[in-house]
Design a protein around this ligand. Structure first.
Ligand code: ATP
Ligand code: MG
Length: 659
């Protein structure tokens, strides 16, 4: 390996100052960084005061037995009380918590905080009647309907950790999660609406339950919400209708307060790199981290903002930034059941226009899809209510950032590119919209209270202008506490690479630019070694996306006789580019060379109709690497659409993809 840890190829000179008006009234100002740095624990204790505690903590952080952290030791609180009841008690019961939008047109519900309180209390009573006690696990397998939020909060209210399984997952994926966390009850629905059709969920639960049972684990009850009205098989000894037991339950429920370290939920990672890990989050630190970051990074003004996060509650983003963060902050938000293109491509923009959404949080994969379709679609709508845009999930390519900024944000709304993980629970590196001059493609600086850095092989901080490993140097409140049932895997996975220094290693590569701002460069597992240069995927992908004919790109390293590894790129063209023209491959190779240098010029570029993505929209590069190296394609179980791999392979053999 060469002395460089990770090459720094691209330069970006654009930068956007915060809007003056936003900066003047920002929730968090520059001084927060200075105040937090000398005493992070004191800073987090101050943020924990945002919550209502039944009993205050005796000690902010117990790090006596690293890497097993305890935050707000001795404190007691209830997460659901913090997300719901306290807003009602403060006189905001009539305020809208959820503007829920179903996929079928005109299928909407408006749910106030008082409504939410009633529903959560009823569901808590119903779960208790089904035998669920504090500490029991409950699996939630639901579409994006209000009952999903109610179910999560009802579990939190009675101290039963939930594990939400994405509604698009198969019965096998559900079965393995049920068994892994030994869920006593599953909450599901008959089905949900996706792409204009009712799609069934209950049969997958029936299969999963049977499968778990064969493996010796029995689910006690399945609580079923009626959403689509489709036929379901019914087992009277297990299945109960939500409308039978929840609707008839009492709306009075005195909540119990739990230890700050009481388990709140187990969430399985999205599985981009391998088998998902059951990440455990606990109550006090997690709620502090999510509520603070949601308020600081989105500059939430709860009385006037309408917030919308497009994630599914099956992902951590849905947990932290649909349920716990926003509701703890008393926000009004939009929740949407369906896909962006149902019944028509402009559906999301229609919703923003209809509800006057001011804060919008989505993923680069969605933005690139809209870029591919062309700006004519969003241009038909009035998006002037938007005052801030967020991005999460992958690095946002500078060109996608510019498109988001211009087309969706009207060059007015700043963009917060938020880096975090299922494991970190809450945002870690992000601009603060009233402070930071954002650079397209950079997540910028660790948030106040967070100590993250880019280090080399031996754990030394790299100088500005260099790349390396992204680490977190000090514990933070929303950090994972362990991998469910597997402390050893927890220690090995996250704390062994820099054991000596005691750093958490996130798996991601990053660089610091000349100003010390942080740029995420993709997974270190995906780093390519080309003639001794360690190249990251992100910069080459972004160079490709900066070509006007390109909408999306994925880059992998394939074995090469002369250079060790060679860059192979898979590219989706914009609709407006047609087939790209006869010379498209050469044109793109030259473009990469011009943008970031000859060393990064792809050996091979394949024009493809789709890319393999996880259900949360992340590109699965390891599958593309299999193709590039002519291997049989590996585990595809976390793939959103397995036919994509067939499409790509067929395209390759029919000669549509060029060398
Ligand atoms: P698994 O760990 O099972 O492979 P996963 O890492 O894809 O799955 P998540 O926890 O959902 O599961 O994703 C976190 C990862 O997403 C980060 O480690 C990082 O690679 C990427 N990521 C998230 N936000 C950003 C961002 N703003 N910029 C760059 N990368 C990001
Ligand atoms: Mg991960």
């Amino acid at each position: 390996m060469s002395e460089e840890t990770l090459s720094n190829l691209s330069r970006e000179d654009r930068s956007f100052e915060p809007p003056a008006e936003l900066a003047a009234h920002a929730n968090v100002k520059e001084e927060a960084y200075e105040r937090a740095a000398p005493d992070r624990e004191a800073y987090w204790a101050e943020q924990a005061e945002r919550l209502d505690w039944d009993r205050k903590w005796d000690r902010v952080l117990d790090w006596d037995n690293p890497p097993f952290a305890k935050w707000f030791v001795g404190g007691r609180l209830n997460a659901a009380y913090n997300c719901v009841d306290r807003h009602v008690e403060a006189g905001n019961g009539g305020k809208v918590a959820l503007h829920w939008v179903g996929e079928p047109l005109d299928d909407t519900r408006t749910i106030t905080y008082a409504d939410l309180q009633d529903e959560v209390c009823k569901a808590a009573n119903a779960l208790t009647a089904l035998g669920v006690e504090s500490g029991d696990r409950v699996a939630i397998y639901l579409p994006m309907i209000p009952e999903a939020v109610v179910a999560m909060l009802a579990c939190a209210r009675i101290g039963a950790p939930h594990t939400v399984v994405f509604g698009g997952f198969s019965s096998d994926a559900l079965a393995s999660r049920l068994a892994d966390c030994q869920a006593k009850v599953v909450i599901t629905s008959d089905g949900g609406y996706r792409r204009g059709a009712a799609s069934a969920l209950k049969p997958a639960v029936d299969h999963a339950r049977a499968k778990a049972s064969e493996d010796g684990f029995d689910v006690e009850h399945v609580l079923v919400v009626r959403r689509t009205g489709q036929e379901v098989d019914w087992d009277d000894s297990v299945d109960v209708w939500w409308h039978d037991v929840v609707d008839s339950a009492s709306a009075e429920h005195a909540c119990e307060f739990f230890d700050a370290e009481h388990p709140l939920y187990v969430m399985y990672t999205s599985g981009t790199t391998g088998k998902p890990k059951g990440i455990l989050h606990t109550t006090g630190g997690y709620l502090t981290g999510t509520s603070f970051t949601h308020w600081a990074v989105f500059d939430l003004k709860p009385d006037t903002d309408v917030y919308w996060c497009t994630a599914d509650i099956g992902w951590v983003t849905g947990h932290s930034y649909i349920v716990y963060g926003p509701l703890a902050n008393g926000a009004t938000q939009v929740m949407y059941e369906g896909t962006p293109d149902a019944p028509e491509k402009g559906r999301w923009w229609q919703i923003i226009q209809d509800y006057g959404v001011t804060l919008f949080y989505t993923a680069p994969t969605a933005i690139r899809t809209f870029m591919k379709q062309g700006r004519e679609i969003p241009d038909k709508f009035d998006l002037s209510s938007l005052r801030l845009l967020g991005s999460v999930g992958e690095s946002i390519n500078p060109e996608a950032y510019m498109w988001y900024r211009e087309v969706i944000g009207g060059e007015r709304a700043p963009i917060v590119d938020t880096w975090w993980q299922t494991e970190t629970g809450a945002m870690m590196i992000s601009p603060l919209p009233g402070v930071t001059a954002g650079k397209p493609g950079s997540a910028m600086r660790p948030l106040p209270g967070i100590e993250a850095d880019v280090v080399d092989e031996v754990g030394e901080s790299v100088p500005n202008g260099s790349g390396g490993y992204l680490v977190v140097k000090r514990p933070w409140p929303a950090m994972l506490r362990t991998i469910w049932g597997d402390d050893e895997r927890f220690v090995d996975t996250y704390w062994s690479r820099f054991r000596k220094q005691g750093y958490y290693f996130a798996g991601d590569g990053a660089k610091k630019d000349d100003d010390g701002d942080i740029w995420l460069l993709g997974r270190v597992d995906d780093v390519m070694n080309v003639s001794g240069h360690r190249l990251s995927t992100t910069e080459i992908e972004s160079a490709l996306v900066s070509h006007p004919k390109v909408a999306e790109a994925a880059v992998v390293g394939a074995a090469d006789d002369t250079t060790g590894q060679a860059v192979c790129a898979f590219v989706i063209l914009r609709d407006s580019a047609g087939d790209g023209g006869a010379d498209i491959v050469e044109e793109l190779r030259r473009h990469v060379q011009k943008e970031i240098g000859a060393i990064a010029k792809p050996r091979q570029i394949m024009i493809v109709p789709e890319l393999p993505k996880t259900r949360s929209g992340k590109i699965m590069r390891r599958l593309l690497k299999d193709i590039a190296e002519h291997r049989e394609v590996g585990d595809v179980t976390t793939l959103a659409d397995s036919s994509v791999m067939t499409l790509i392979s067929e395209g390759l053999s029919s000669g549509k993809a060029e060398d």
